[in-house]
Design a protein around this ligand. Structure first.
Ligand code: ZN
Length: 188
């Protein structure tokens, strides 16, 4: 029985993986049936997109930058968008509104902090971002919300927290992930 290109690619994916993992014949059959022409777990997907807020303001776009490429099913993009893209094919377009809870989460007032002005030996203005180092060494960006005589109010929420996101997306390319990409958990 002739195999189409999709079947060949699935078979190849299996044989590459099999050498290192020792997967069984059952998994081989499952992989042979997986459709790498559709967006699904362990496919690498390229999308053109424009992201706007509810006021129509463009927050981000791939226009002029080239498509965004990510590994599907590995939390590389916001969960709400990943869910909408599942099962789509190259050339498909979609317009979706993702609620804040399925995007960057609701705005958390606990992540607002007041810091003594003395901690800043440089000028800060509302709208600036400053970085704070956490005890574990990670660096967290904070938005400067207001600057008063003796204190500065900072917001450690993601800049898009609390916002519904409107995505206008076109699927540009879908391919199976390589073994290395699956090990790393991201697209190369
Ligand atoms: Zn990598």
């Amino acid at each position: 029985m002739p195999l189409d290109a999709g079947d060949n690619r699935a078979e190849f994916l299996y044989s590459v993986r099999h050498r290192s993992t020792g997967w069984t014949v059952d998994e081989k059959e499952r992989l042979q049936m997986s459709d790498t022409t559709k967006v699904g777990k362990d496919t690498v997907v390229s999308i053109d997109y424009t992201l706007t807020d509810d006021d129509g303001e463009v927050l981000d776009t791939s226009k002029g930058e080239g498509p965004l490429t990510y590994l599907h099913g590995h939390d590389q993009i916001i969960p709400g968008l990943e869910k909408e893209l599942d099962g789509k094919a190259v050339g498909d377009t979609l317009k979706v509104r993702i609620a804040a809870e399925d995007a960057y989460g609701e705005h958390d007032p606990e992540r607002m902090v007041e810091v003594s002005r003395e901690n800043f030996d440089f000028d800060v203005s509302p709208g600036d971002y400053v970085q704070a180092q956490h005890q574990d060494g990670s660096v967290i960006p904070f938005l400067v919300v207001s600057v008063e005589e003796d204190k500065v109010v900072l917001d450690g929420n993601h800049p898009l927290a609390g916002k519904a996101l409107n995505f206008d997306v076109e699927i540009v390319e879908i391919r199976p992930a390589t073994e290395e990409e699956l090990e790393h958990g991201h697209a190369h």
